[in-house]
Design a protein around this ligand. Structure first.
Ligand code: FAD
Length: 503
């Protein structure tokens, strides 16, 4: 009897506490019409949906520009969204964003520096750097150099521009075979290094194949050249705390999922927002910053009336990739007990002979010690392989990783003292991690940039009541924290401008 009650209680508890869904959604219990909820609604100038970096940056902007009657509603029990730092013992890991890409060109570089939290990247020579086959043999490290060169060339805007009509992966396919033949004498490793490069690219896109992303979409992205790999020394959540510090506590509500947005039902043109906690807010404007994964999944249930068909089409034509992390920590670095350098282990697969249940490991091209910690390793797994991993038990995932590491290194890898894996796709408030991308089919269907996704929606009185922010609405820095932050500020200023016009 007790077990049966636990079985019934567990799914909603998991969803509310960790956003992990089994079957039902926390918003499924919310019903009722505009009239049922409007009488007890609390009046607000603005409701911000979502407390990731976009939502927090928007709230900070409202607070600093005399819009005090704004509230931020966050579904989960923490702020930061895809910025999520975890500390355990002496180890610090990031479930989400990790790097300040682009060096000092990135606004977060200067911010982290001014807050005293900027780390400079380690050099390759600081690492115990290895190239191995999945079966434990040494691999020709020159294969890595070719993959690296092709990777960097295809990142350049002048190159990307030639891949507007095809999947972005064509750029790599056009270059890798000849470059490899010209530079190397290990023909038996050629296919394995090409596969390595493919997995490397997927680590950026979160897609199933490198042909999924439209070249035209990639062409909009502002790339500041070869990555500099700076980090937040005390964890990326220093940014969350920095933004939060400008917002009074009363203006933020966590564990408060927004379930319904009645955006064209109010006689004087306001928007009614209803939460899973049975609260209602009547706002002049609503700024939606939920991930595009959540919006794709739930917009039919969330918006009443449904969103205009052109906006729905745009949501259909953008996707959110899945990139998960697996993280292992030990008291001591077992790979090198004397020098204690961090490890950078690159793996190529010449044979694909793992048992079917371990096939998700084919997606891992690298284990890397992160955050200058010499006693931990992290790897990315993406697309369908990430989905496969998310659906296994944590114990199974750990066992697969340990046997893989033992085979590849030939070393006696001890049980880790820390083991974690992310499940971004299972999280009902995310439904993915990064990149948001326009697939080749989306581009063909007419969505060629993010601008339409950032465009506000007007009610029948012609007031732009629904505004959008979030990484997926940034045309030039989608998939990044700085892009999310920019988008939140831009949308907040647009609302402030509209306030001056209408009120
Ligand atoms: C594994 C991983 C690694 C990454 N690495 C990097 C990196 O190295 N560098 C980098 O710049 N970027 C990186 N990113 C991307 C970066 O984290 C995101 O682009 C950015 O944080 C997105 O911020 P956002 O505010 O747009 O969205 P989110 O962070 O997704 O915030 C949206 C918020 O809305 C909430 N929400 C959703 N639905 C509702 C609802 N109905 N009601 C209320 N709240 C709701 C969610 O819980 C969430 O908190 C990474 C992301 C991941 C997942």
């Amino acid at each position: 009897m007790r077990l049966e009650r636990l079985r019934l209680l567990l799914p909603p508890l998991l969803t509310l506490l960790f956003g992990i869904s089994e079957a039902s959604h926390p918003c499924d219990q919310i019903s009722g019409s505009y009239n049922d909820w409007s009488s007890n609604a609390i009046s607000k100038e603005v409701v911000v949906v979502g407390g990731g970096i976009a939502g927090l940056a928007a709230m900070k902007t409202f607070m600093e520009n005399q819009v005090p009657n704004a509230v931020l509603l966050e579904a989960q029990d923490y702020l930061g969204g895809r910025v999520k730092t975890h500390r355990e013992g002496s180890i610090l890991v990031e479930d989400g964003a990790e790097w300040i890409n682009g060096g000092s060109s990135n606004r977060l570089y200067g911010l982290a520096q001014s807050l005293g939290f900027l780390t400079q990247p380690l050099q390759t020579s600081d690492y115990d750097w290895r190239t191995k086959t999945s079966e434990g043999d040494d691999a020709n490290a020159a294969g890595y150099d070719v993959a690296n060169e092709v990777f960097n060339e295809c990142e350049e805007d002048s190159v990307k521009i030639n891949y507007r009509e095809t999947g972005y992966g064509q750029c790599y396919l056009d270059r890798f075979p000849n470059w490899y033949d010209n530079g190397l004498t290990s023909p038996d490793e050629k296919a394995a290094w090409e596969n390595y490069l493919h997995m490397w690219v997927l680590k950026d896109t979160g897609t199933n194949t490198w042909m999924d992303v439209s070249g035209r979409d990639a062409d909009h992205f502002t790339d500041w050249g070869e990555d500099k790999w700076n980090q937040w020394s005390q964890g990326f959540d220093a940014l969350t705390n920095h933004l939060k510090s400008s917002i009074p506590q009363n203006n933020i509500k966590t564990s408060t999922p927004v379930c319904k947005i009645f955006w064209d039902s109010d006689p004087v043109g306001k928007v009614l927002v209803v939460t899973a906690t049975q609260e209602a807010y009547l706002a002049d404007y609503v700024l939606v910053t939920a991930s595009v994964g959540h919006l794709k999944d739930r917009h039919f249930q969330l918006f009443d009336p449904p969103l205009p068909s052109n906006y729905q089409n745009n949501l259909n034509n953008i996707e959110l990739g899945v990139a998960d992390k697996v993280q292992l920590g030990w008291q001591e670095p077992w790979w090198d007990t004397t020098q204690k350098k961090p490890l950078n282990l690159h793996i190529i697969f010449k044979n694909f002979n793992l048992p079917a249940e371990q096939s998700w490991l084919y997606g891992i091209m690298e284990f890397l010690s992160i955050h200058q910690q010499t006693n931990m390793l992290q790897a990315f797994v993406t697309g369908d392989k990430a989905r496969q991993m998310e659906n296994m038990s944590s114990e199974e995932v750990k066992e697969h990783l340990l046997s893989h590491l033992r085979r590849v290194t030939g070393q006696d890898v001890p049980e880790p003292t820390l083991f974690r894996r992310t499940q971004w796709e299972k999280n009902v408030w995310m439904k993915g991690s990064y990149n948001s991308y326009i697939p080749v089919t989306g581009d063909a269907a007419g969505l060629t940039s993010r601008e339409p996704l950032a465009k506000p929606i007007s009610n029948s009185q012609g007031v732009k009541v629904i505004h959008w922010a979030g990484e997926h609405t940034s045309n030039t820095r989608y998939g990044t924290v700085d892009g999310a932050m920019d988008s939140g500020e831009t949308a907040a200023f647009a609302i402030i401008d509209d306030m001056d016009t209408y009120y």
